[in-house]
Design a protein. Sequence first.
Length: 133
Amino acid sequence: MLLKSIATATAIAITASVAGALATAPASAAAPGVSVQGAGSGNCPQGMLCIWPNWNHPPQGPVETPSLTTNSEWTGSIQGFNFYNGTGRDAVISGFMLGSSIPFKNCAPAGGTGGDLYIPVNVTKVTWQLTPC
């Protein structure tokens, strides 16, 4: 009888321990590196960061050809205004305000988010950051 009580107590302790670990595990919207496709992605391919050259906010997202489509580090020169990040990583979009030498930097959060850069810009670099936007 004593062995049965010890076995029951051990099973209850293990169950409680597993349930406690699951209850305290942090929830995550998307694991790093996991691509998603959310509303407003327009014609941006799944798992990519896209930048479009003009202001356009239809509900489905831009339908024009993106100036840039990437999922890796990028340098170059394109005109940008709208962006959509369908990757599982936060992207940093950098460059200069269009027609000037005034620098700008904008974070594009991971997980199927989009937005605009507020003014037309000359995008010269896309990098990925390890910390959240």
